[in-house]
Design a protein around this ligand. Structure first.
Ligand code: F6R
Length: 369
């Protein structure tokens, strides 16, 4: 049942190109427009939405953080993202024009379910992004967009995360399409790029041997830090979460811009720091800033592990280890940048003799608060 792989996690990582393609299937029509009639929320209702609130836990929360960048950019609707366990206990401001999006692989996470119930009591519409047909969260929501990752068995979420991202992009682009923002041309171009992206995920998977080797060489480390900016920030958080749960190592993700506000004090000789670098095209200000962050930490002795686009030569002098990912539009980069971090955590866990599919103290779906 593991299809020749040692662990379900390895199988599920390998299934990601397929999972991404399946989640797009039938949702882009021949003219390159999105078709999400399955949402059962009319274009008129979508035009009424004046705020989006995303609730989720763990890895799904990281998908939600990335969704915020996409939704605000393509739709200009204000979007908040909040841990489901915090949301319901702070009397959030919700009304019928708020669209609440609940993201959950299992559809059974109690914190997320409680947030859904709370939002509906306030009269908000709830859209579930979920991987499990007929589970509780979609049943209790107004609408659902299923991710088609197939069953995810390993406790650590991998292919479900990538498909949650795809579903979030679809919702963001669809909202943008329905509301006709000034980004019409960009939206059409991104839909085209998205329809090709599963191939790029496949390309990343074929170049992972150096990442495995690097992971094995770090098996006796105590700490790994992860840095990113913009959508690279949630990717850094996800990389750190994977390492905590699988390798039982101290791992932390930071927004690179926060370094000088405290975390840089942690940098010491030979500390591994993974940096997710945005595309050098387009957002050059952001790019330049992260390159100088890499220089700063390296000057203080950090061992820099740099995830950068193919063709980005400017980072080469500052990277002790360079992990290449294909060029993508900025907002889609997490689909390719997360994959090496999954492989890294899985290999480190194996090297440390940990049980990859069943990490200690964790359950696949958390049905208690
Ligand atoms: C991390 C992980 C957890 C889940 C979280 C939410 O690898 O698996 O952080 O993402 O418990 O679970 P769902 O998506 O089922 O609501």
């Amino acid at each position: 049942e593991k299809g020749g792989y040692d662990y379900f996690m390895l199988k599920e990582i390998a299934e990601q190109p397929r999972a991404v393609a399946d989640t797009l299937l039938g949702r882009i029509d021949a003219s390159g427009s999105l078709r999400l009639d399955e949402l059962r929320i009319s274009a008129a209702e979508l035009r009424e939405v004046d705020k989006v609130v995303i609730v989720a836990c763990g890895t799904a929360f990281h998908a939600g953080m990335i969704a915020k960048y996409a939704i605000e950019h393509w739709t200009r609707i204000p979007c908040e993202v909040e841990l489901a366990s915090e949301f319901r206990y702070r009397d959030p401001i919700l009304d019928p024009r708020t669209l609440v999006i609940a993201i959950s692989q299992s559809g059974e996470t109690m914190d997320t379910l409680m947030a859904v119930r709370h939002a509906r009591e306030q009269g908000s519409k709830v859209l579930a992004i979920c991987n499990t047909n007929g589970s509780t969260i979609p049943r209790e929501s107004d609408a659902v967009l299923y991710t088609h990752a197939g069953p995810e068995v390993a406790v650590a979420s991998t292919k479900a995360f990538l498909t949650q991202l795809v579903a979030c992009y679809l919702v963001a682009l669809y909202l943008g399409q329905a509301r006709g923002t000034k980004w019409g041309d960009e939206i059409r171009a991104v839909i085209r790029d998205l329809s090709q992206i599963s191939r790029e995920v496949g390309r990343v998977l074929r170049t992972m041997e150096p990442v495995r080797e690097l992971a094995r060489s770090l098996a006796d480390k105590d700490t790994v830090l992860f840095l990113g900016r913009h959508v690279g920030y949630p990717v850094a958080l996800e990389g750190a979460l994977k390492l905590k749960e699988l390798a039982y190592m101290h791992a932390e993700g930071f927004a690179a811009g926060e370094l000088k506000h405290g975390p840089i004090a942690l940098i010491e000789e030979d500390l591994p720091v993974v940096v997710v670098v945005p595309s050098p095209r387009g957002r050059s200000v952001l790019y330049d800033k992260i390159v100088s962050n890499i220089q700063e930490i390296r000057a203080r002795g950090a061992r820099t592990i740099v995830i950068a686009e193919e063709g980005d030569t400017a980072v080469e002098p500052y990277a002790d280890h360079l992990i290449r990912i294909p060029a993508t539009p900025t907002l889609l980069q997490p689909l390719v940048a997360t994959v090496p971090l999954q492989v890294f955590a899985c290999e480190l866990a194996t090297a440390r003799g940990n049980e990859v599919d069943q990490p200690r103290n964790l359950a696949k779906s958390v049905t208690v608060e």
